[in-house]
Design a protein around this ligand. Structure first.
Ligand code: KIV
Ligand code: ZN
Length: 413
């Protein structure tokens, strides 16, 4: 990224004048662009449709979160989607607003119109690249599809300077054909080339090798940003996205809570926290991670789509500890069982869930928070009563603990 910004000579001169090592480290990081498609791929989920006002609320929150690109919709698909793209263009100023099209004049005309008020705008056009799509969906040939893709990019460039091309089903496409397609659309003016694993078929090493091959083979690859867009059909979307980034992609297409078509897309919060938790990768994003949990709640509430409790980063159990061994460890030192500080992702604190699997340490800890102190003999009695109660109930709440702790008064009277 750094070399994309300044020429090599200038870079050397500038670096030689910088003494502060921390500044130098920041400058040498690889900037990863976060392209959020919650409002387009995410909104394709049955039952998750939003109205324009709700989409604008989410777009504003995404701007605050720090995403680089908001894919606001597919304007030709419905008047409502057209209106939403238009209103989002008026509502946000920092992120690029992007509109999806097929490689068709009618779609591109419509997207250009919907983006009219955008301060920074992008048309995202493309066509199938795998033989399955070419033969059985487009009923065309490799040559004609390539021509149609190139024509779409050239046409979109008449309206905007920033055109992203998607080679749909790149994950299953022949790599030599894909390389030809990538080279041709970059020559035609694509500024970003998206290589989706549309069906979530790849394994991380396969997908990483595909990106590496393109990075090493396509002669003009340095003239565009390479993007990845992975679906989660085999539960590998995040792993495949990371493989793509490690092998040279610099934009990643994601959704909040990983929502999206079928099993969903790569989850924004996972990619961002992987980048943050592994500094050796040298990846940097613009995301304010303390807004991740509130953002997840907003999307879940507005779309009526609950987050699974064990979802990484934002699930209700992501920072909840329930076994006795883990509870004892976390009370002694948080990092014994947590690699992320909950405050870093906007979760108020870790929780200790009291169940029949909890130990004395967790029970004593919670009782002390509630203001009760017991000597060790008393504690033994309370703990036995606690286990009896916990065997009957799934979870012990504070009210139950007040009842348990009152045994002392009961004995005294
Ligand atoms: O999954 C996919 O290939 C897509 C494209 C339209 C970018 O969503
Ligand atoms: Zn998709």
């Amino acid at each position: 990224m750094w070399t994309n910004l300044v020429s090599n000579n200038y870079q050397v001169k500038l670096l030689s004048t910088i003494e502060n090592k921390e500044t130098l480290d920041i400058m040498s990081k690889n900037r990863i662009y976060i392209f959020d498609t919650t409002l387009r791929d995410g909104e394709q989920v049955p039952g998750c449709q939003l109205n324009t006002k709700e989409k604008v609320t989410i777009a504003r929150a995404l701007e605050q979160l720090g995403v680089d690109v908001i894919e606001a919709g597919f304007p030709v698909s419905s008047p409502g989607d057209f209106k939403s793209v238009q209103e989002i263009c008026k509502a946000v100023k920092e992120p690029i607003v992007c509109a999806l099209t097929r490689a068709k004049v009618v779609d591109i005309d419509c997207a250009a119109q919907a983006l009219h008020f955008g301060k920074r705008k992008r048309i995202h056009t493309g066509i199938g690249a795998s033989d399955i799509h070419i033969e059985h969906k487009l009923k065309s040939t490799r040559e004609k599809v390539l021509e149609q893709g190139v024509a779409a990019v050239k046409y979109a460039r008449k309206f905007v300077d920033d055109v992203e091309f998607y080679a749909e089903d790149a994950g299953r496409a022949d790599q030599e054909y894909l390389a030809k397609m990538v080279e041709a659309v970059i020559s035609a003016g694509a500024t970003v080339v998206n290589l989706p694993d549309t069906t979530g078929y790849n394994l991380p090493d396969m997908f990483g090798a595909k990106i590496k091959y393109l990075m090493n083979t396509v002669p003009n690859i340095d003239k565009a940003i390479i993007s990845i867009h992975c679906h989660n059909d085999l539960g590998l979307a995040t792993a495949n996205s990371m493989a793509g980034l490690i092998n040279g992609a610099r934009q990643v297409e994601v959704t909040i809570n990983g929502i999206g078509e079928r099993a969903g897309n790569t989850s924004l919060e996972e990619v961002v926290m992987i980048a943050k938790s592994h500094p050796h990768l040298n990846f940097e994003t613009n995301i304010d991670t303390t807004k991740l949990y509130p953002m997840s709640e907003l999307v879940s509430e507005m779309m009526g789509m609950p987050v699974q409790p064990n979802k990484a980063i934002v699930g209700s159990n992501a920072f909840a500890h329930s076994s006795g061994i883990h509870q004892d460890g976390i009370i002694k030192h948080r990092e014994n069982y947590e690699i992320i500080d909950p405050a870093d992702v906007g979760v108020p604190k870790s929780t200790i869930i009291l169940t029949a699997r909890s130990g004395r340490a967790a029970l004593r800890h919670r009782l002390e928070i509630l203001g009760y102190k017991f000597d060790s003999d008393e504690m033994e009695v309370v703990y036995m009563r606690f286990l009896d109660m916990a065997d009957m109930k799934k979870q012990i709440e504070n009210d139950d603990l007040h009842e348990l702790a009152s045994y002392r008064e009961a004995v005294a009277s």
